[in-house]
Design a protein around this ligand. Structure first.
Ligand code: NDP
Ligand code: 2IT
Length: 446
């Protein structure tokens, strides 16, 4: 089976030359599937891996828009409809200047497995544009979103492909995207998730990814007879995932000492309490300022151009972006006493970092399991939209909590069953692979 995996990896490398993030994501999954492929050799004959690595459809389009001064800009938009074996394509949209085919393919590929772990009926997809929202006015953001949706609308639908947010796409952008979809189609439906609660959104969706990651870390600690009380936590990022990871950590008695953005990171040894967090939310979601201002306001340490992995901590929650913990960062985290790494972001740890955490025997939760609470709650938003009902905050949070407990249990048990006890990466990859692969077999060659 090693030969099968290696031959598929080789063809992925040749066919997708110059797409390092995509190759990295595929390599991690495929290598960890070897015990499952050995136990079930028929997958190779059915070309399951070859089919899984190739998206079902990829749409690329021009996005032409005008800035406030009348200057015309052109960006590249894309939607990758990766795999629909277990449900309609589902996954976020990312607006960031670094967006390219490699990034969207890695995210779409990961999404297929993540969505399978939620146990809800959602296939995987991802999209976005190489648009930089920084320093753009609300009007410019609106015009960009409208231009983007003017092409995307013909490819999506509540039973076909359901986008949501990701980096650079939050409540404001979802509003503008939905408004344009409605104008073009004359339909008010659940085509997009992360909507405002005033018009079809779900309570707890904004909180869900961060809360879910913390619930997952709590389950891992429980297996070792511990909990989050008093744990010192390093969180990276200061956007949606970082904010609500911090909020739930505080609620469960942990102490959060770091946050970051793409300019640098802050270290507050006193801890970021609820009041300081409310200030960060205002800074990032309303004033759209830089995290450096936190250090000036609360007398914390600010380190320009540095990620927050240099501080003494028990737990790390990378919640900003891919490859933000490399081998060197991992060594530093271990030196600082870190015993748990829980990925709120998608693929924040490099393969070297993961290897070091596993060698050290610390708890490591891969993003496709740990951050699945966001898309799971998108699934709950879809259920509410289909029935035209909305559930209470308590109801949605309780369902999210139960989903995270189940994901943890399924990953844990699958890892044990396939001879890698305690390895959540192997557990998550094999558990989700089996569900998607079996569904593909049952639906024939389509
Ligand atoms: P936001 O746009 O709300 O926040 C992103 C944060 O990460 C910002 O603080 C941003 O800083 C920082 N960041 C972005 N790119 C970089 C970079 N290249 N280097 C350093 N810092 C960076 O996005 P989210 O919080 O929604 O997403 C964060 C991560 O979580 C992503 O990996 C995303 O894919 C993942 N995720 C998100 C889910 C969701 O529901 N939103 C669900 C599951 C995973 P700055 O403001 O300076 O750009
Ligand atoms: O990476 C992710 O899981 C997301 N950005 C959320 C996707 C969604 O459809 O809610």
């Amino acid at each position: 089976m090693h030969d099968y995996v290696n031959s598929v990896l080789e063809s992925v490398a040749v066919r997708n030359h110059g797409q390092p993030e995509f190759y990295q994501a595929v390599q991690e999954v495929l290598l960890s599937l070897v015990p499952a492929l050995k136990a079930h050799p028929h997958y190779a004959r059915h070309g399951i891996l070859e089919r899984l690595v190739e998206p079902e459809r990829q749409i690329m389009f021009r996005v032409t828009w005008e800035d406030d001064s009348g200057q015309v800009h052109v960006n590249r938009g894309c939607r990758i409809e990766y795999n629909s074996a277990i449900g309609p394509y589902k996954g976020g949209l990312r607006f960031h200047p670094g967006v390219n085919t490699s990034i969207l393919r890695f995210l779409g590929f990961e999404q297929v497995f993540k969505n399978a772990l939620t146990t809800l009926p959602m296939g995987g997809g991802k999209g976005g544009a190489d648009f930089d929202p920084k320093d753009r006015s609300d009007r410019e953001i609106m015009r960009f979103c409208q231009a983007f949706m003017s092409e995307l609308f013909r490819h999506i639908g509540p039973d076909t492909d359901i986008p949501a947010g990701d980096i650079g796409v939050g409540a404001r952008e979802i509003g503008y995207l939905f408004g344009q979809y409605k104008r073009l189609t004359n339909k008010f439906n659940g085509v997009i998730t992360g909507k405002s609660v005033n018009w079809g959104g779900s309570l707890i969706r904004p909180e869900a990814t961060g809360y879910g990651a913390v619930f997952f870390s709590h389950e891992m600690l429980k297996m070792r007879g511990e909990d989050l009380t008093g744990k010192v936590c390093a969180v990276s990022g200061s956007g949606n995932v970082a904010q609500y990871t911090t909020e739930k950590l505080l609620q469960l008695g942990a102490k959060v000492v770091t946050l970051s953005d793409s300019d640098g990171s802050i270290y507050d040894p006193e801890g970021i309490n609820a009041e300081k967090l409310a200030w960060v939310m205002d800074l990032k979601n309303k004033r759209r300022g830089r995290i450096k201002e936190y250090a000036d306001t609360f007398k914390a340490v600010y380190r320009e151009g540095v990620r927050p992995w240099f501080v003494p901590c028990d737990c790390a929650f990378p919640s900003a972006t891919e490859n933000e913990i490399n081998g060197q960062d991992a060594q530093e985290l271990l030196r600082q006493g870190c015993k748990l790494v829980c990925e709120g972001a998608n693929m924040p740890c490099t393969p070297e970092a993961i290897e070091l955490f596993q060698q050290a025997g610390i708890l490591y939760a891969p993003g496709k399991a740990a951050n699945a609470g966001g898309v799971a709650t998108s699934g709950l938003e879809m259920s509410q939209n289909s029935t035209r009902l909305s559930w209470t905050r308590e109801d949605v949070e309780q369902r999210l909590h139960q989903i995270m407990i189940n994901i943890h249990k399924n990953c844990y048990q699958t890892a044990e069953k396939y001879g890698c006890p305690g390895n959540y990466m192997v557990g998550a990859n094999i558990c989700s692979f089996l569900k998607v692969a079996n569904s593909m077999l049952e639906q024939g060659l389509v």
